[in-house]
Ligand binder design. Structure first.
Ligand code: 5GP
Ligand code: ZN
Length: 148
Protein backbone atom coordinates (compact mmCIF):
# COMPACT_ATOMS: atom_id res chain seq x y z
CA UNK A 1 0.00 0.00 0.00
CA UNK A 2 1.25 3.48 -0.85
CA UNK A 3 2.41 5.49 2.21
CA UNK A 4 0.06 8.39 1.38
CA UNK A 5 -2.97 6.10 1.28
CA UNK A 6 -1.88 4.44 4.53
CA UNK A 7 -1.61 7.79 6.36
CA UNK A 8 -5.11 8.68 5.17
CA UNK A 9 -6.46 5.41 6.57
CA UNK A 10 -4.90 6.02 10.03
CA UNK A 11 -6.58 9.41 10.29
CA UNK A 12 -9.88 8.10 9.07
CA UNK A 13 -13.06 7.86 11.11
CA UNK A 14 -15.24 4.81 10.40
CA UNK A 15 -18.38 5.60 8.43
CA UNK A 16 -17.46 9.25 7.80
CA UNK A 17 -18.44 10.20 4.26
CA UNK A 18 -15.63 12.73 3.89
CA UNK A 19 -13.02 10.28 5.21
CA UNK A 20 -14.24 7.87 2.56
CA UNK A 21 -13.83 10.60 -0.06
CA UNK A 22 -10.30 11.29 1.23
CA UNK A 23 -9.37 7.60 0.99
CA UNK A 24 -10.90 7.28 -2.48
CA UNK A 25 -13.78 4.98 -1.50
CA UNK A 26 -16.36 7.52 -2.69
CA UNK A 27 -15.71 9.33 -5.98
CA UNK A 28 -15.89 13.11 -6.28
CA UNK A 29 -15.19 15.84 -8.77
CA UNK A 30 -11.92 16.87 -7.16
CA UNK A 31 -10.52 20.32 -7.89
CA UNK A 32 -7.44 20.20 -5.70
CA UNK A 33 -5.59 17.87 -3.41
CA UNK A 34 -2.35 17.98 -1.45
CA UNK A 35 -1.13 16.05 1.59
CA UNK A 36 -3.34 18.01 4.02
CA UNK A 37 -6.47 19.06 2.17
CA UNK A 38 -8.90 18.04 -0.54
CA UNK A 39 -11.28 20.34 -2.42
CA UNK A 40 -14.20 18.87 -4.33
CA UNK A 41 -17.53 19.95 -5.76
CA UNK A 42 -20.49 19.75 -3.38
CA UNK A 43 -22.89 17.02 -4.55
CA UNK A 44 -25.86 19.37 -3.93
CA UNK A 45 -24.55 22.81 -4.93
CA UNK A 46 -26.36 25.96 -3.88
CA UNK A 47 -24.62 27.89 -6.65
CA UNK A 48 -22.44 27.24 -9.70
CA UNK A 49 -19.02 26.15 -8.41
CA UNK A 50 -20.08 25.41 -4.80
CA UNK A 51 -17.14 23.46 -3.42
CA UNK A 52 -16.01 21.94 -0.15
CA UNK A 53 -12.58 22.58 1.33
CA UNK A 54 -11.86 19.62 3.62
CA UNK A 55 -8.85 18.72 5.79
CA UNK A 56 -7.79 15.14 5.15
CA UNK A 57 -7.47 14.44 8.85
CA UNK A 58 -10.77 13.79 10.61
CA UNK A 59 -11.97 16.34 13.17
CA UNK A 60 -15.64 16.69 13.91
CA UNK A 61 -15.76 20.46 14.37
CA UNK A 62 -13.35 23.38 14.04
CA UNK A 63 -12.81 23.67 17.82
CA UNK A 64 -11.38 20.14 17.80
CA UNK A 65 -8.57 21.07 15.43
CA UNK A 66 -5.31 21.47 17.38
CA UNK A 67 -3.33 24.63 16.62
CA UNK A 68 -0.47 22.62 15.11
CA UNK A 69 -2.84 21.08 12.53
CA UNK A 70 -4.50 24.28 11.28
CA UNK A 71 -2.02 24.86 8.47
CA UNK A 72 -4.31 22.97 6.07
CA UNK A 73 -6.07 26.36 5.83
CA UNK A 74 -3.05 27.93 4.14
CA UNK A 75 -4.38 26.93 0.76
CA UNK A 76 -7.82 28.51 1.24
CA UNK A 77 -7.05 31.93 -0.29
CA UNK A 78 -5.51 30.32 -3.38
CA UNK A 79 -8.49 27.97 -3.85
CA UNK A 80 -10.98 30.82 -3.42
CA UNK A 81 -9.08 32.91 -5.96
CA UNK A 82 -9.01 30.06 -8.44
CA UNK A 83 -12.74 29.23 -8.04
CA UNK A 84 -13.61 32.92 -8.36
CA UNK A 85 -11.60 33.08 -11.56
CA UNK A 86 -13.10 30.02 -13.26
CA UNK A 87 -16.71 30.78 -12.26
CA UNK A 88 -16.57 34.55 -12.84
CA UNK A 89 -18.27 34.93 -9.49
CA UNK A 90 -18.45 38.50 -8.23
CA UNK A 91 -18.38 37.41 -4.59
CA UNK A 92 -17.59 34.34 -2.48
CA UNK A 93 -19.03 33.21 0.83
CA UNK A 94 -17.02 30.94 3.09
CA UNK A 95 -19.48 29.02 5.15
CA UNK A 96 -18.54 26.70 7.98
CA UNK A 97 -21.04 24.81 10.14
CA UNK A 98 -20.21 23.29 13.52
CA UNK A 99 -22.74 21.11 15.26
CA UNK A 100 -26.23 20.07 14.34
CA UNK A 101 -27.83 23.33 15.54
CA UNK A 102 -25.50 25.22 13.23
CA UNK A 103 -26.63 23.12 10.28
CA UNK A 104 -23.73 20.66 10.17
CA UNK A 105 -24.79 17.41 8.53
CA UNK A 106 -21.39 15.85 7.84
CA UNK A 107 -19.39 15.69 11.10
CA UNK A 108 -15.99 16.20 9.48
CA UNK A 109 -14.69 19.79 9.41
CA UNK A 110 -15.30 21.47 6.07
CA UNK A 111 -15.55 24.93 4.58
CA UNK A 112 -18.19 25.62 1.96
CA UNK A 113 -16.88 27.85 -0.79
CA UNK A 114 -19.98 29.42 -2.30
CA UNK A 115 -19.56 31.56 -5.42
CA UNK A 116 -22.03 34.45 -5.55
CA UNK A 117 -23.43 36.21 -8.59
CA UNK A 118 -25.26 39.51 -9.08
CA UNK A 119 -28.89 39.27 -7.90
CA UNK A 120 -28.59 35.58 -7.07
CA UNK A 121 -30.69 36.20 -3.91
CA UNK A 122 -29.17 33.05 -2.47
CA UNK A 123 -29.07 34.11 1.16
CA UNK A 124 -28.26 37.17 3.19
CA UNK A 125 -26.57 37.59 6.53
CA UNK A 126 -29.31 37.54 9.23
CA UNK A 127 -30.65 40.93 10.30
CA UNK A 128 -28.62 42.49 13.12
CA UNK A 129 -29.38 44.64 16.15
CA UNK A 130 -26.92 46.96 17.87
CA UNK A 131 -24.69 45.35 20.48
CA UNK A 132 -25.84 45.91 24.07
CA UNK A 133 -23.11 47.52 26.21
CA UNK A 134 -23.64 45.36 29.33
CA UNK A 135 -23.83 42.20 27.29
CA UNK A 136 -20.61 43.15 25.50
CA UNK A 137 -18.74 43.83 28.77
CA UNK A 138 -20.01 40.52 30.19
CA UNK A 139 -18.82 38.52 27.16
CA UNK A 140 -15.36 40.16 27.16
CA UNK A 141 -15.03 39.48 30.92
CA UNK A 142 -16.16 35.84 30.61
CA UNK A 143 -13.87 35.25 27.67
CA UNK A 144 -10.82 36.52 29.52
CA UNK A 145 -11.63 34.81 32.82
CA UNK A 146 -12.28 31.40 31.34
CA UNK A 147 -9.17 30.64 29.36
CA UNK A 148 -8.98 27.03 28.18
P1 5GP B 1 -22.89 20.61 6.17
O1 5GP B 1 -24.37 20.85 6.25
O2 5GP B 1 -22.45 19.44 6.99
O3 5GP B 1 -22.10 21.86 6.45
O4 5GP B 1 -22.62 20.31 4.64
C1 5GP B 1 -22.32 19.06 4.12
C2 5GP B 1 -22.27 19.21 2.61
O5 5GP B 1 -21.75 18.01 2.07
C3 5GP B 1 -23.65 19.40 1.96
O6 5GP B 1 -23.65 20.63 1.24
C4 5GP B 1 -23.81 18.21 1.05
O7 5GP B 1 -24.44 18.52 -0.17
C5 5GP B 1 -22.38 17.72 0.85
N1 5GP B 1 -22.26 16.28 0.68
C6 5GP B 1 -22.78 15.31 1.46
N2 5GP B 1 -22.42 14.10 1.03
C7 5GP B 1 -21.63 14.29 -0.06
C8 5GP B 1 -20.94 13.40 -0.94
O8 5GP B 1 -20.97 12.18 -0.81
N3 5GP B 1 -20.22 13.98 -1.94
C9 5GP B 1 -20.13 15.32 -2.10
N4 5GP B 1 -19.39 15.78 -3.12
N5 5GP B 1 -20.78 16.18 -1.29
C10 5GP B 1 -21.52 15.68 -0.28
ZN1 ZN C 1 -14.02 12.13 8.53
Amino acid sequence: MKLKKYINLINMSQDCIFCKIVSGQIPTYTLFEDEKVIVFLDAYPVSFGHSLFVPKKHYETIDKVPEEDIDFLKKLPYIVKQIKKITNATGINIWQNNGREAGQIVPHVHFHIVPRYPNDSLFDFPSQKQLNENEAKDIVKKFNQNKI
